[in-house]
Write a protein that binds this ligand. Structure first.
Ligand code: BGC
Length: 756
């Protein structure tokens, strides 16, 4: 029967309450035996269980129980399939119930600001809408089973370098538009039971004691009802943390923090109600698990097969020179140790002790394919087996195709540090070039990596299949895609730049040990590349299929909508090729009001649809005011201007084949700050003051003298004068003798009266 939490709290001593604010050990919360409160266990996450018994650590070094390693988020997000990731969450939720785990520590949704971040593989996307939608689906899947999730790392933990101390320096607009919405969408759509705060500071304040982050934004603005837990060891000042809204410290009480909180309450520095609130939130989450235990069995064999199916939906076909799918009757040479020993997960706290591992080589042989294998290079270092290379070059022509299994060694991608560059190991590039020279047009490359890499050989004509870090069953998925039993349908959740220096964070990553400046502001990922019209290797949203699709006829249910309403939008998608496949129809919105500096277009909807050859389906989206809005720092809220917006649909941010224009209207006006620095342009643009200022312009003679006669054409002179006036602050009316200070004060008073 559900416990009366408030009553329990009223029966606790202050010491007991404060003891519950930290863990008992690495993975358990504390018990209060006399009141029947048990310890609860949590575990990493996100793509499988890392349940450790003894020798606990948070870096994935010591072993955990045998579990199923599902594909990492770099892969699953590429599926663009909410139902799929919901299902993965559902399976993980059941596993947690079977293993008595109250909470799984994930999903990880920090934005992929730079491809170099060591945990790019664990994070979802460069786009906050996509990351948020997928995270919400995962959370709902897990939490169906009353198992908690811990969406992490809140917030702006976009690098591993100095992650425990660095301050991410970002504008509020960049935080609200780019770095926070994935959390926000998950909170609004799925109410994760817990949120894990990040180690780093944001604009100088540790996340773990950041009231703006933990209370104002999270609870007041978004309505979060769960508990906030620290990243492991992320406490700076525990008392400040409690005051800011940080509920649970893990592993907990390492520096006598419980006693410090007790003392702060006794000294009157911290109201006891703050402690009560934290305890209540903590108990609610764990009692919900306790009250809803399910009889579940962790069927590893079954879940292994599910991991394979998930990966099949997530792999991205980047290039096809016509070789794929391979013909089942053909004879193939596999090269690269990755074929034999797949790299399928990243390093650090998400590291799973896999129950079993499928390699592509083993799976292809089990499926009866005619495959020979040469190691060529090791998977764990940058080295070449020259003898193997020689043999491969000499014999390559005997095969219908050579499939090179390439990728990044384990050591390159991990929690705790960042990559130094975007390159593949030189030995692999050398081998690929040599084989391409020996058998041009007959090379397939399968990649295993968690983040974009430079692919210098790609224009020489290859088939390129990106498996990302595809989980323990990646071998099965690879074999089935290579041989056409599955039609690839993943799409990139991140832009692949041509080279590292093209990336918008390049000049400001990873900062110095103290600060990293998010100088690119809201221009992250495709928002930057598209605005600048830069060439990229592969755009956001891109991916090929064994069939082809056409996206057309984008239309809205009506010409426009008003603030507070929603609008339905439809697009047609047709399979124009010869086999069944899945297309991801993406909806982007471009602000055409020209009132504020914004990205060229932003993703606001996506639907994955399966189509038989020749079949057409209509997909539906719904947009609202928020879909059109940017975060206005003056208003301190989201805002969309009245005017035109262009809706665009297509299969990547660079291939938008259908569009339609809509009109949006709002009665809301932005605040107008009135002082001597307010410009004439601002006053002219505001409907409340435009008419008054127009009148005032009868005095403009004195201001116009700068442009008189410059062009010799009265109309042009007037246009120049108007352009200059735009940025003229009111104080220039004094400087140019149009009015004195007293008149200025009364004019400001009059304008203030007008705007109310
Ligand atoms: C990681 C978290 C993880 C925690 C527990 C930390 O080092 O940043 O993502 O959940 O350890 O292992």
């Amino acid at each position: 029967m559900a416990a009366d939490i408030k009553k329990l709290i009223s029966e606790m001593t202050l010491e007991e309450k404060c003891s519950l604010l930290g863990g008992e050990d690495f993975w358990h919360t504390k018990a209060v035996e006399r009141l029947g409160i048990k310890p609860f266990m949590m575990s990493d996450g996100p793509h499988g269980l890392r349940k450790q018994d003894d020798k606990a650590d948070h870096l994935g070094i010591n072993d955990s129980i045998k579990a199923v390693c599902f594909p990492a988020a770099c892969a699953t997000t590429s599926s663009f399939d909410r139902d799929l990731i919901h299902y993965m969450g559902d399976v993980i939720g059941r596993e947690c119930q079977a293993e008595n785990l109250s909470t799984v520590l994930g999903p990880a949704v920090c934005i992929k600001r730079s491809p170099l971040c060591g945990r790019t593989f664990e994070y979802m996307s460069e786009d906050p809408y996509l990351a948020g939608e997928m995270a919400a689906a995962y959370v709902n899947g897990v939490q169906k089973h009353h198992v908690g999730t811990s969406i992490k790392h809140y917030a702006a933990n976009n690098q591993e370098t100095a992650r425990m101390s660095i301050s991410a320096e970002a504008s509020e607009r960049a935080l609200r538009e780019i770095y926070l919405p994935a959390f926000e969408i998950a909170v609004r759509k799925a109410q994760p039971k817990t949120i894990m705060c990040s180690y780093n500071k944001i604009n100088g304040v540790y996340s773990s004691e950041n009231e703006w982050l933990l209370t104002k934004v999270l609870r007041d603005d978004w309505g979060f009802e769960g508990l906030v837990v620290t990243d492991w060891g992320a406490v700076n000042d525990r008392v400040k943390g409690v005051a800011a809204g940080l509920d649970l410290e893990m592993p907990g009480n390492t520096a006598g923090n419980d006693a410090m909180v007790v003392q702060a309450v006794r000294d009157g520095r911290l109201p006891e109600e703050k402690v009560d609130e934290c305890v209540e939130r903590i108990l609610k989450v764990f009692f919900d698990f306790e009250d809803n235990r399910e009889e579940q069995v962790f069927d590893r064999e079954k879940d292994h097969e599910i991991a394979a199916r998930i990966e099949e939906e997530s792999a991205v076909l980047l290039e096809n020179n016509g070789l794929l799918p391979l013909k089942p009757e053909g004879k193939y040479l596999y090269i690269g140790e990755f074929a034999e020993k797949p790299r399928y997960q990243g390093g650090g706290s998400s590291h799973i002790n896999s129950f079993k591992i499928d390699s592509a080589l083993e799976m292809s042989r089990a499926a009866g394919r005619n495959v020979d294998y040469i190691k060529g290079f090791p998977m764990d270092k940058d080295a070449l087996f020259e003898e193997d290379l020689k043999k491969a070059v000499e014999t390559a022509a005997d095969y219908d195709a050579v499939v090179i299994f390439a990728g990044l060694p384990d050591i390159i991608e991990s929690e705790g540090y960042d990559r130094a560059d975007m390159k593949m190991p030189a030995s692999q590039n050398k081998l690929i070039e040599a084989i391409l020279e020996a058998v041009p047009g007959k090379v397939v490359i399968v990649l295993s990596n968690g983040a974009p890499v430079e692919v210098p050989w790609v224009d020489k004509g290859v088939a390129l299949l990106e498996m990302y870090l595809g989980g323990e069953a990646v071998g099965q998925a690879t074999d089935r895609i290579l041989f056409g039993e599955v039609n690839p349908s993943g799409r990139l959740a991140e832009t692949w730049p041509l080279k590292l220096s093209d990336n918008p964070s390049y000049l400001n990553f990873p900062g110095n040990a103290r600060r990293v400046n998010y100088a690119e502001d809201v221009y992250v990922g495709y928002r930057y590349y598209d605005k600048k019209g830069m060439d990229v290797r592969y755009p956001f949203g891109y991916g090929l299929s064994y069939t082809t699709f056409e996206i057309s006829n984008l239309r809205a249910e009506k010409e426009g909508f008003k603030d507070g309403e929603t609008l339905k939008v439809f697009a047609d998608v047709t399979n124009t090729g010869a086999c069944t496949g899945k297309e991801v129809v993406q909806l982007y919105i471009a602000d055409r009001t020209d009132k504020v500096d914004r990205p060229h277009q932003e993703l606001k909807g996506f639907v994955k649809a399966e189509l038989r050859p020749g079949e057409t389906k209509t997909v539906e989206f719904e947009i609202d005011t928020r879909s059109l809005s940017y975060f206005d720092e003056d208003l301190s809220d989201w805002y969309a201007h009245t005017g035109k917006y262009l809706l665009l649909a297509g299969d990547s941010s660079r291939h938008l084949t259908a569009s339609c224009e809509i009109t949006f209207t709002t009665e809301k006006l932005l605040p107008l700050h009135l002082d001597v620095d307010t410009t004439i342009g601002e006053l002219m643009a505001d409907p409340r003051t435009a008419a008054v200022v127009q009148q005032m312009m009868t005095h403009r003679g004195a201001l116009e003298s700068n442009t008189d006669g410059i062009s010799g054409d009265a109309e042009q002179d007037a246009a120049m004068s108007n352009a200059m006036m735009q940025y003229m602050p009111l104080k220039s009316l004094i400087s140019f003798g149009v009015m004195d200070r007293e008149q200025m004060e009364s004019m400001l008073a009059m304008l203030r009266g007008v705007i109310g």
